[in-house]
Design a protein. Structure first.
Length: 258
């Protein structure tokens, strides 16, 4: 069960709020199954909502609110089975092979990638894990893999971007995963490496790796969205009219393993 409350408070009334949320887990992701979900908008007089799947199959919800006097809250209720371990069959996108602005390799990443193969995923994960000290507040959503690596500090999205850069430079298809890890208060990010099915069947399989914790992913991980990097899976983004208004974000979450 995932219960999440996303609250925006504004310093003065705002109008024409357009909010995009990628916070709903997919209907299925390997053994992970979503049974139901509900997203409601609270604290405002009226709102409208549109739900669709983006290029990568992520559930995307666009919300329009004509006016917010003080605050707006998005309340998410999800029931899902997060029993996922090992490998799972998946869709493939050629973008998972190419570097992005956030995963462009530097000389160090290129050198590391030159000596690895698909059999070395554990070694890649360990190298990335040891390359950074976990520290919140020193990087941001626009920090590249090479910048985080040079600074030696970062958070889960930085660990994921560095591992993506190494994998793709080594010729391995890999994607960014956003979601939740049981026992952690905030959202989490990790990597899935995609390889052809070992039985030579049509399709691909993915393996989840978490370089922040230096381990394979398992049943305590809940996938929400996948993409080439953080930009494709940003949980929250939006605009509003109100030149001098400032917004303050607060997120509360409870994840119970089923």
């Amino acid at each position: 069960m995932l219960d999440q409350r996303i609250r925006y408070r504004y310093s003065e009334p705002v109008t024409n709020l357009h909010q995009r949320l990628r916070v709903v887990p997919p209907s299925a992701h390997g053994p992970q199954q979503r049974r139901r979900w509900q997203l409601s908008v609270e604290g405002v007089k009226s709102s409208s909502m549109r739900t669709f799947l983006d290029r990568f199959g992520n559930v995307t919800v666009d919300v329009f609110v004509p006016q917010v006097d003080d605050e707006v809250e998005f309340v998410l209720d999800v029931e899902a089975c997060a029993d996922r371990s090992g490998s799972c069959e998946t869709d493939f996108d050629r973008g998972y092979l190419r570097p992005t602005r956030l995963t462009e390799p530097d000389e160090i990443i290129t050198e590391i990638a030159s000596g690895v193969s698909g059999a070395d995923l554990g070694s890649i994960c360990t190298w990335v894990h040891r390359s950074l000290d976990y520290e919140w507040g020193v990087t941001g959503v626009h920090t590249t893999a090479s910048e985080a690596l040079a600074g030696g500090r970062g958070v889960c999205q930085d660990y994921a971007h560095i591992m993506l850069a190494v994998c793709r430079t080594a010729g391995l298809a890999a994607r960014y995963v956003s979601g939740h890890l049981t026992g952690e208060g905030g959202s989490h990010a990790w990597v899935e490496v995609l390889q052809p099915h070992p039985d030579h069947q049509a399709g691909w399989i993915s393996e989840g790796w978490d370089p922040t914790h230096n381990r394979r992913t398992g049943a305590d991980y809940l996938v929400v969205a996948v993409g080439r990097d953080y930009t494709d899976v940003a949980p929250l983004s939006g605009t509003y009219d109100g030149k001098s208004a400032r917004n303050f974000l607060a997120v509360e979450k409870r994840l119970d393993q089923k």
